[in-house]
Design a binder for this molecule. Sequence first.
Ligand SMILES: NC(=O)c1ccc[n+]([C@@H]2O[C@H](COP(=O)([O-])OP(=O)(O)OC[C@H]3O[C@@H](n4cnc5c(N)ncnc54)[C@H](OP(=O)(O)O)[C@@H]3O)[C@@H](O)[C@H]2O)c1
Length: 191
Amino acid sequence: MSCPITRNLQKPPPSSSSSTIPLLSSLTSLSLSPHITMGFTASDKPLKFLIYGRTGWIGGLLGKLCDSQGIDYVYGSGRLENRTSLEADLDSVNPTHVFNAAGVTGRPNVDWCESHKVETIRTNVVGTLTLADLCRTKGLVLINYATGCIFEYDSEHQLGSGVGFKEEDIPNFIGSFYSKTKAMVSDLQFH
Ligand SMILES: NC(=O)c1ccc[n+]([C@@H]2O[C@H](COP(=O)([O-])OP(=O)(O)OC[C@H]3O[C@@H](n4cnc5c(N)ncnc54)[C@H](OP(=O)(O)O)[C@@H]3O)[C@@H](O)[C@H]2O)c1
């Protein structure tokens, strides 16, 4: 079962960037932040981003955005479920911020996750939490690309009403295993 709200959306080809702005707003807005200006943090420490998901759609776009804004970045080579490999990345890169655009999304689509539950849990749950734990331990900001596929329209959020879900809302859709793993982490991130 696909995502109830975005099931009709198609991932644009890699060359298209116009429809990516909302997804990547946390990065594109950095230059407007009071704490971070182009290429530097408030303490004048040069930005250095560690990005996971080099081969993926969002991860690839993040690299291009960094290139266009002159932000130094390195793609992580570790695997999310392998804590030692993530620690090695953090130690060698010494980033100011970490972006997690790595996740199991399924091939050819999220239905793959229904028959590959262990792989999906290891990356989307264990892996994401492991990276979050390491970043917390090291006092690093982690920007995690989660998903909107944990919400479905209901009486308070009707299609076309303009009333959307907020990041802190409790997920109301776990009808696919992919969504279920994402909802688990979403639940935990506010604790
Ligand atoms: N696309 C969307 O519309 C959308 C919307 C909301 C949220 N998201 C979330 O954003 C993230 C990225 O989405 P995407 O569309 O860019 O996905 P994608 O194109 O399928 O790319 C996934 C990336 O994650 C990496 N990856 C998978 N398992 C990994 C692991 N265990 N350790 C390290 N890297 C791993 C893949 O690398 P390998 O090929 O080497 O495995 C790949 O680079 C996902 O978590 C997804 O759920 C996507």
